[in-house]
Design a protein around this ligand. Structure first.
Ligand SMILES: [Cu+2]
Length: 251
């Protein structure tokens, strides 16, 4: 039986074009209602990146599922079909070409944005941060400690920082790999044994662990038995409260 694959191709494209706006409506809704809050400048950049990739992914998801479902319904073999199964070795050129072209295009676009553009934004914020508050973060199985060299605070179990200021976290591991992650800040940095690495984060909201569990330090690199419990309390406070806390910490 000779099938008109061009007609199928056009039908699939039309169904895709109808379903994509519906799917994107759900994407917008889910970002507004299901995604956790973000409370840092850098987290806004990673959120923009994820939002963009989410939109693209859903378009591809619809593109993959529509031909499957379409073929299963439209080209269903009749129940009384006596013919033995046939092997189709020829691809339909236009579909293959469209698929290849689209893949190259999507990869190129995502490489540039959010890839290069987003990284540049993060690097620029870090480079523009003149004289940031420095916090030394040490991870070890299975706890965190925070030191503020300029303020003379050593090994605090609590991470207290002022809002709306860039903070340079210098992260180190005493044993295995860990990852410094405050979920609500939307960005993280791996701790590699023997390496000193840093990340600049600018908190944008007054949050603390007792009100919002997403505002906590959580190890995000599987580091052994106590990994899930490797947490620390975070308090983002006003500049005034931060100075008061610093004063109360130094004896
Ligand atoms: Cu861990």
């Amino acid at each position: 039986m000779k099938r008109n694959l061009w007609r199928d191709f056009v039908n699939v494209v039309i169904i895709w074009a109808i379903l994509v706006p519906i799917a994107q409506t759900f994407v917008f809704w889910s970002i507004d209602h299901l995604w956790p809050a973000v409370a840092s400048l850098q987290g806004e950049i990673t959120k923009d990146a994820l939002t963009f990739i989410y939109h693209v992914t859903v378009m591809v998801f619809v593109l993959v599922t529509v031909p499957f479902v379409y073929a299963a319904i439209v080209h269903r073999v009749p129940l009384d079909d006596k013919q033995s199964a046939q092997i189709h070795t020829h691809a339909f050129g236009p579909y293959t070409l469209a698929w290849l072209g689209l893949s190259i295009m999507i990869n190129t676009v995502v490489f540039v944005y959010p890839g290069m553009v987003g990284l540049e934004q993060l690097w620029n914020i870090a480079a523009d941060a003149k004289d940031p508050l420095v916090v030394d973060v040490t991870g070890q199985q299975w706890q965190w400690s925070f030191s503020y060299p300029k303020q003379g605070i050593m090994n605090s179990p609590v991470l207290e920082v002022p809002v709306d200021q860039p903070i340079k976290f210098i992260v180190k591991s005493d044993d295995v790999m860990h990852s410094f992650w405050v979920p609500i800040w939307g960005i993280k940095k791996a701790l590699v044994p023997g390496e000193t690495r840093s990340i600049v984060i600018t908190p944008t909201a007054l949050v603390d662990t007792s009100q919002n569990p997403l505002a906590r330090v959580q190890c995000s690199w599987d580091c052994g038995l106590g990994h899930a419990q490797m947490r620390a309390v975070v308090k983002v406070v006003t500049d005034k409260d931060f100075k008061a806390w610093v004063a109360s910490q130094s004896f």
